[in-house]
Design a protein around this ligand. Structure first.
Ligand code: SF4
Length: 388
């Protein structure tokens, strides 16, 4: 079938896209047709005209890591002179700063640090929950959970159970990158098979923990691999929603960063068109995600890697959320992106300029009381033509 007949049939019948159909759309459909269809689908699923955002803070509690992902510029091996592990006091002080600006959650993740046993994590969570009871603690991506399990000799399910009891609210979606065997073996062989990430996320969902799904593109892979990644997420989402009544809250993708890391150096001189993903490729990915991931309510636009302008355009082609303020991000920024922090005003302005109404949310996507956007405040304060 041609891309046109697949898209027309999908949009008129609402029937689920097959893997084969999605690959054809990804490869052959013009970007404007995909974005237009994704925008229609987003309006059908979320007709409110609102775009959500979150006031949160990233905390990268340790940079010690033994996994050595090729694309990572953040980690340091255990004996390196630049290693650090933050204390409870240091982490708590960061959360206090977040509370001062009305934040509601921290996204805490770091390296796989073999020096930290499970007591370190449970003591930290207990203390943070006591000191900051209104802050959601979304902590430790699946590879960190696996690292704790290895150090302690517990199963990953037992680790998750103990961390939840200590106050953990959810898991960051990090570490999925590309859930395709050969790509994963190439870029981060110590992370193991895609099934590991999926198993830990499924276990977290079985415990009622809040999870999101990520995707890094631009390792030279084709449409088949990108759709395979989404297909694995769609299957787990289906199972978790059916069995546990809870699944991933959202999907967020971004292109691999090629500066300051082994992956970028290894591929220096290679045609940059083959690596990474520019704006049109990224927007294509967002649109396909909205159409293919039909059991995901929320598709995020990634302003930290693409910039607020492209994030705005993504909002008109399938995305319905602009992510978070990301106070103090260290992992992606170590790979060469510039400023990785946005004020609430900046996020709100981007949303208003794209034609939507900004709404604060928490990490469960519950809507929260939202201050009037600065653009609207300025318009209300400006004199009308008859007053000038
Ligand atoms: S991406 Fe995470 S797991 Fe991989 S090397 Fe960096 S800190 Fe370690």
């Amino acid at each position: 079938m041609s891309w046109r007949s697949i898209l027309e049939s999908h949009m008129s019948s609402g029937e689920r896209l097959t893997v084969e159909d999605a690959v054809i759309l990804y490869r052959d459909a013009p970007l404007h047709s995909l974005r237009s269809a994704a925008n229609v689908r987003r309006k059908q699923m979320l007709p409110s005209g609102e775009v959500t955002y979150l006031i949160d803070r990233n905390i990268n509690y340790t940079n010690i890591c033994t996994i050595n992902c090729q694309f990572c510029s953040f980690y340091r091996p255990p004996s390196h002179e630049e290693t650090y592990t933050q204390t409870t006091e240091q982490i708590s002080a960061r959360i206090s700063e977040l509370e001062e600006i009305g934040g509601v959650r921290i996204l805490m993740q770091g390296g796989v640090n073999p020096e930290l046993g499970i007591e370190w994590y449970t003591n930290l969570l207990n203390e943070l929950k006591n000191r900051h009871p209104t802050i959601d603690l979304d902590c430790f991506s699946p590879i960190e959970i696996e690292g704790i399990a290895e150090v302690t000799g517990l199963s990953t399910l037992e680790v998750l159970t103990q961390l939840k009891s200590a106050g953990m609210h959810g898991l960051p979606g990090g570490g999925a990158e590309m859930l395709v065997d050969d790509i994963r073996m190439d870029i981060s062989p110590k992370k193991g098979a895609p099934e590991n990430w999926l198993r830990v996320m499924g276990e977290a969902q079985s415990l009622g923990l809040i999870t999101s799904a990520t995707n890094v593109i631009g390792f030279g892979e084709g449409a088949e691999a990108r759709i395979e990644h989404m297909y694995r997420l769609r299957i787990l989402q289906e199972e978790s929603l059916e069995i546990h009544g809870i699944g991933f809250t959202s999907f967020i993708a971004w292109p691999v960063q090629l500066e300051n890391n082994t992956y970028g150096k290894r591929n220096r001189g290679r045609n940059r068109i083959e690596l990474g993903a520019g704006p049109s490729e990224y927007l294509r990915h967002v649109a396909i995600a909205r159409l293919f991931l039909d059991n995901f309510n929320h598709i995020q636009a990634s302003w930290p890697t693409m910039g607020l302008d492209i994030a705005q355009i993504a909002l008109l082609g399938g995305a319905d959320d602009i992510g978070s303020t990301m106070m103090e991000e260290n992992v992606v920024s170590a790979s060469g992106t510039e400023k990785l922090e946005a004020s609430e005003d900046e996020l709100q302005s981007a949303i208003v300029r794209a034609g939507f109404t900004p709404r604060r949310r928490n990490s469960r996507y519950d809507l929260l009381e939202t201050p009037e956007p600065v653009l609207v405040r300025e318009q209300m304060a400006a004199p009308s033509p008859s007053q000038v």
